[in-house]
Design a protein around this ligand. Structure first.
Ligand SMILES: [Zn+2]
Length: 217
């Protein structure tokens, strides 16, 4: 077992030196499967890459570059995925246990799916794709989240906070679901996932608070 002696700042400054832009923050992790993800200008990257040569980090920068062509991105992806991060930083203990389905989950998810279908019909003319809805006990401040694929930007799942579901009345939960559905719409339209002008316009259109953060009383 190798213990990483690198600090996250080292990896971040190396990536920036190699041309990383369009990212506000770099966080490291030791997940088993996801090597890197970029969401809302935060890059999460496996800390094993701190041990990688510049050639591999350069591939990551090319992969993340918006101007890169599809073929160049694929080649860059193959290059950084070939680097054996787990040789340098062993995987963290599996955290899936914390997210194991709990009694009552199926009924809640069924209700959320029904809401998704109804809101989709009313506000999006039924155009949004069917999407998995999951619950998370790890969200402390956030109410919900849309997960999109890093490579193609396609929506993967909507995640709602268990804490939100436990504490707040159903209309507030539906409000959050609709907020995440506006992000789903952005992802499906190929728009950036943010709270910019397109988000605000659509949010007003569907009748939700056109902001990233809202107060739930
Ligand atoms: Zn949002």
């Amino acid at each position: 077992m190798t213990i990483s002696l690198f600090e996250p700042e080292d990896l971040e400054s190396r990536l920036r030196r190699l041309g990383l832009t369009e990212v506000d923050a770099v966080r490291t992790h030791a997940n088993r499967t996801v090597m890197l993800s970029l969401r809302r200008r935060v890059l999460r990257i496996h800390r094993g890459y701190a041990h990688a040569p510049d050639r591999v980090l350069g591939a990551i920068v090319r992969f993340l570059s918006r101007s890169a062509r599809r073929e160049a991105r694929r080649a860059a992806e193959r290059e950084f995925l070939a680097f054996p991060v787990h040789h340098h930083v062993p995987p963290a203990p599996h955290r899936a246990a914390a997210e194991r389905p709990r009694p009552g989950d199926a009924a809640v998810i069924e209700r959320l799916r029904a809401s998704h279908a109804a809101l989709n019909a009313v506000h999006f003319a039924g155009t949004l794709a069917d999407i998995p809805i999951r619950l998370s006990g790890r969200m402390r401040r956030r109410l919900g989240e849309l997960v999109a694929g890093l490579d193609d930007g396609r929506p993967v799942a909507i995640i709602l906070s268990r804490r939100h579901l436990r504490r707040d009345p159903w209309p507030e939960v539906e409000h959050t679901l609709l907020h995440e559905m506006v992000h789903q719409w952005q992802a499906e339209e190929g728009l950036p996932l943010d709270h910019g002008r397109a988000f605000r316009r659509k949010a007003r259109e569907v009748g939700i608070v056109p902001r990233a953060v809202r107060r739930v009383d």
